[in-house]
Design a protein around this ligand. Structure first.
Ligand code: MG
Ligand code: ZN
Length: 374
């Protein structure tokens, strides 16, 4: 009799487990992820990833379960720039080259960050360029030209983003202060300090304990190249995730959106500099690893890794897997190219990113997930 009861319990528990599992599968397909982390390798094509894999062996990127390809053309050009491609990723709409999150005729496009703030999610942007540069600007500002750094800085100062890490303090301080890149007397850092902690040195970053929101600008313009930099993209990413996760937990448990850009992969491509390219790629992949660690632990985090365009028409002619070495490579140009870029996704909601799509699908999918979150 006892055995029978046990058997029944066992059968019931197996049945319940099966039901729960099917619910989990269902939830993965339909419930939006709580947290979304978007990594953008600026100028990162398949060749750049191949090169990093040859010298590293195994990339963190290889642990993603879903991959696809994206077309990158802008509204007015087969070959996009980072402003138009960033706008596609940040808003789900195409625009002309040079334009920051506006339609070509000037209509303002709501960004992922704005949707996330509306849904009471914590938000963050981490880059290795100036925070006013085209890619981060498309998530934080709206303007007709990527060159309007001063105006972009003003819009960033007024935004409610919780964590900003990168360079560019020169655009936030009045013209009479050394290092200023402004041509007026606005003191945007003073404005930001009213509501958020501002840090400007690596030491302040390392000493940062529990904060709710922080703006860390560690260079007047851009951060140094990865090999000369005191703070890696991985360190900045880990801190940003920690702050945003803690903020979400202590406040309303609505989760967070974080964008991290390996900004200088593109510049290495423009300069046709393979060593620079590899060090930026490895810095970027290490940051992706930090995201993966968090996503595995949280189980409610969607990770997306993609690029805005390929730069340099880079290719690899020869090398050795055993010696982890590239012996012959070349660049076909010093500019962006029109080839498709890869996208990788991991975690709840990742299946949407499989196959060949346009780059606008990234912004559209993320916005859809944010709008359907509770
Ligand atoms: Mg960029
Ligand atoms: Zn570029």
């Amino acid at each position: 009799m006892k055995i029978r009861v046990f058997d029944l319990t066992k059968i019931l528990s197996v049945f319940l487990l099966a039901a729960a599992c099917s619910m989990t599968t269902c939830a993965e397909g339909t419930l939006p992820p709580k947290n979304i982390i978007l990594f953008i390798g600026d100028g990162m094509g398949v060749s750049q990833i191949s090169a990093a894999k040859i010298v590293k062996g195994r990339l963190n990127l290889e642990q993603f379960d879903v991959s696809g390809l994206l077309t990158t053309h802008s509204s007015n050009s087969l070959v996009t720039d980072s402003a138009a491609a960033g706008t596609a990723l940040a808003t789900g709409y195409k625009t002309n080259n040079g334009v920051i999150s506006l339609l070509p005729e000037g209509t303002r496009l709501k960004t992922i960050v704005e949707y996330a703030i509306e849904k009471n999610k914590a938000t963050g942007i981490v880059v290795s360029s100036s925070i006013t540069h085209a890619t981060p600007a498309t998530f934080l500002a709206h303007t007709g030209s990527r060159k309007n750094h001063s105006e972009i800085a003003e819009q960033i100062a007024q935004s409610d983003v919780d964590v900003l890490f990168g360079g560019g303090w020169g655009y936030f301080i009045p013209q009479n202060i050394a290092g200023s890149l402004r041509s007026d007397n606005k003191d945007l850092l003073a404005e930001i300090k009213v509501s958020r902690q501002v840090i400007q040195t690596e030491q302040e970053f390392l000493n940062l304990s529990s904060v709710d929101s922080v703006v860390g600008l560690f260079a007047a313009k851009h951060l140094k190249e990865a090999k000369f930099r005191q703070l890696s993209l991985a360190q900045l990413t880990a801190k940003a995730i920690h702050i945003l996760a803690a903020k979400s937990e202590s406040k309303n448990n609505k989760g967070f959106f974080l964008m991290i850009e390996g900004s200088q992969i593109d510049w290495a491509g423009h300069q046709n500099d393979e060593a620079y390219l590899l060090s930026e790629m490895l810095d970027f992949d290490a940051a992706v690893g930090v995201g993966l660690d968090y996503a595995r632990e949280s189980q409610q985090t969607l990770l997306i890794v993609t690029s805005d365009h390929e730069t340099g028409g880079f290719t690899i002619h020869n090398g050795s897997l055993n010696n982890k070495r590239i012996s012959s490579s070349s660049f076909a140009s010093t500019r962006h190219t029109a080839v498709m870029v890869p996208v990788f996704a991991y975690g709840p909601g990742s299946s949407l990113f499989s196959g060949i799509h346009d780059n606008t699908s990234i912004g559209q999918n993320i916005i859809q997930y944010i709008n359907h979150s509770h």
